[in-house]
Design a protein around this ligand. Structure first.
Ligand code: JB2
Length: 249
């Protein structure tokens, strides 16, 4: 793992969320050398409470978070993530979000990985890939060279993005799905588990199967919430400008 993703001794991590995904982030973070101070969740009895201290409800995360603490969103659901990031987490905290990379992920030397992004065990991020802010590159996922994964996207366990693939904001690439090289997948789309993407996928489209075909539309999200989130991502200077694959609807 490149040193740039290793924690330093001046900072401690706090997790937002205390369920299954938080357990994965907690384990990776501790193995990577983070001190983890605990987690925020509205449910004090959340599963993580047996492994880490409960620090408060999600609304308790304020800009008064001690300077040495760095948060990361550890909830899997993309809609919940967007709402929490846009409405519950002060934007001023954005630049303090941690990037957590499992020590046994393989990260090429010349990639970019944004604040708030988690890279899980066994994941591979290859040369010149760009991973924006608040993403999940989950267990064993492969993000090949020159891919571009935009903010708050989730590449689920075992999914493979072939070279040059672009993934839009808030898009889920499901477990074991794969893309052909240079595929463009829009924002708020879903690629079903095991699907093989052979053609570009527009915004807000659900595709499934081999080869992947459209099977539905993903629900329209509140423009206000998206706008609020976008200003956060732009503030972080890590959400690249929209391309043809985005903003077409
Ligand atoms: O708005 C919210 C929310 N606010 C707080 N929506 C959801 N879904 N959960 C919220 N929470 C807290 O996040 C809940 O109180 C709960 O403690 C936690 C979610 O835990 P759960 O185990 O249900 O899901 P997860 O997000 O940790 O894990 C999902 O996503 C992962 C990527 C699961 O589908 C996992 O199987 C998956 N690997």
């Amino acid at each position: 793992m490149p040193d740039r993703y290793a924690p330093d001794t001046h900072h401690a991590l706090v997790l937002i969320g205390g369920g299954g995904h938080a357990a994965v982030v907690l384990d990776a973070a501790r193995l990577a050398g983070w001190r983890v101070d605990g987690f925020y969740d509205d449910n004090a009895e959340a599963p993580l409470s047996s492994e880490a201290p409960h620090l408060g409800t999600i609304r308790d995360i304020t800009r008064d978070l001690p300077e040495y603490q760095r948060p990361i969103l550890a909830i899997g659901d993309l809609r919940a993530r967007l709402t929490l990031l846009a409405e519950n987490v002060p934007h001023e905290l954005g630049e303090r979000f941690a990037t957590v990379v499992h020590p046994r992920a393989i990260i090429a030397g010349n990639v970019e990985i944004g604040a708030g992004t988690f890279v899980g065990p066994g994941a591979i991020v290859n040369a010149r890939a760009r991973i924006s802010v608040d993403c999940i590159i989950n267990t064993g996922a492969i993000v090949e060279h020159d891919c571009w994964v935009r903010a708050n996207a989730h590449i689920a366990p075992g999914a493979v993005l072939a070279g040059g693939t672009q993934i839009g904001r808030h898009t889920l690439v499901g477990v074991g799905a794969r893309t052909l090289p240079m595929a463009k997948i829009g924002m708020w789309s879903v690629v079903g588990a095991g699907a093989a993407v052979t053609h570009d996928v527009p915004d807000r489209t659900v595709v499934a199967g081999v080869p992947a075909k459209p099977v539905g539309r993903s629900g329209r999200r509140s423009e206000d919430v998206e706008h609020a989130y976008r200003s956060r991502a732009i503030t972080l200077h890590e959400d690249p400008p929209a391309t043809q694959a985005e903003g077409t609807t």
